[in-house]
Design a binder for this molecule. Structure first.
Ligand code: ZN
Length: 246
């Protein structure tokens, strides 16, 4: 079984379309780690696609903010403006879908999915400085998380923690072999608003038979997504940051 693992699409249709083309349909199911909406200009298109194509999705903080489950006063001004705009344009069906999204961590077959920290979906999982905060929540050897918009992750074994490499500049992918005895926390990166200095859309493929996760990057039409953000009247900073991937 091959899973396409997507996170933090953030209403960026151009990035999502490019990822789907790049993945080439070589997967059996799609899972989504939250933040379908927020920041970008195509919330309805992205949510309509998710309603049809995604097998399992959990909610992110921006999904919650768009449907009244989180006060956007906690956001920075640009994110807050985007959350309010998103709430005002979502169709009733898409609003209802986002409102029903479950909280992570959620088990999907052999692995788990979560938006942020397993103990609190809204907290960021930046490092594993204190693995004991995370380990009680890991019911499987593999978990996928998002929220930081930074591709990569960690592996742990008996108190030993190490970081995973991510995709090098100019490369399209990096394979992580899942070794027995280790637990893996893997971030596929953000489809629609990468923040690791690489503006390419990020995603992952999990191949259960090969016991391997491939982290991938692909270019997309950043200028088209930027133009839509500006045309929608959203803050210009949300368009600018896509170019730099920050
Ligand atoms: Zn996000």
């Amino acid at each position: 079984m091959r899973y396409l693992v997507l996170s933090d699409i953030h209403s960026n249709w151009e990035a999502l379309e490019a990822v789907l083309r790049h993945a080439g349909g070589a997967h059996d199911a799609i899972v989504c780690l939250g933040d379908l909406v927020g920041y970008g200009a195509d919330p309805n298109r992205v949510v309509e696609w998710a309603r049809k194509e995604v097998s399992v999705a959990i909610r992110g903080n921006h999904d919650k903010a768009a449907v009244g489950l989180l006060d956007p006063a906690w956001f920075n001004p640009a994110a807050r403006e985007a959350a309010e705009w998103t709430a005002s344009v979502l169709t009733p069906e898409n609003y209802a879908y986002l409102r029903r999204l479950p909280r992570g961590p959620l088990s999907v077959g052999q692995f788990q999915i979560m938006h942020g920290h397993p103990a609190d979906e809204d907290e960021y999982l930046w490092d594993l400085a204190t693995p004991d905060d995370v380990l009680p929540f890991l019911a499987r050897p593999l978990a996928f998380f998002g929220h930081t918009h930074i591709q990569g992750g960690f592996r742990l074994r008996r108190g030993a923690v190490s970081g995973l490499e991510d995709v090098a500049e100019g490369e399209a992918g990096f394979r992580v072999a899942l070794l027995p005895g280790w637990k893996y926390l893997i971030n596929p990166g953000s489809v629609g608003q990468p923040r690791d200095g690489d503006p390419r859309a990020a995603y992952a493929i999990f191949d259960t038979e090969a016991a391997e996760v491939e982290l991938r990057r692909c270019v997309y039409a950043v200028e088209v997504a930027q133009a839509k953000i500006l045309r929608a009247g959203l803050p210009a900073v949300l368009a600018e940051r896509l170019k730099a991937g920050v």
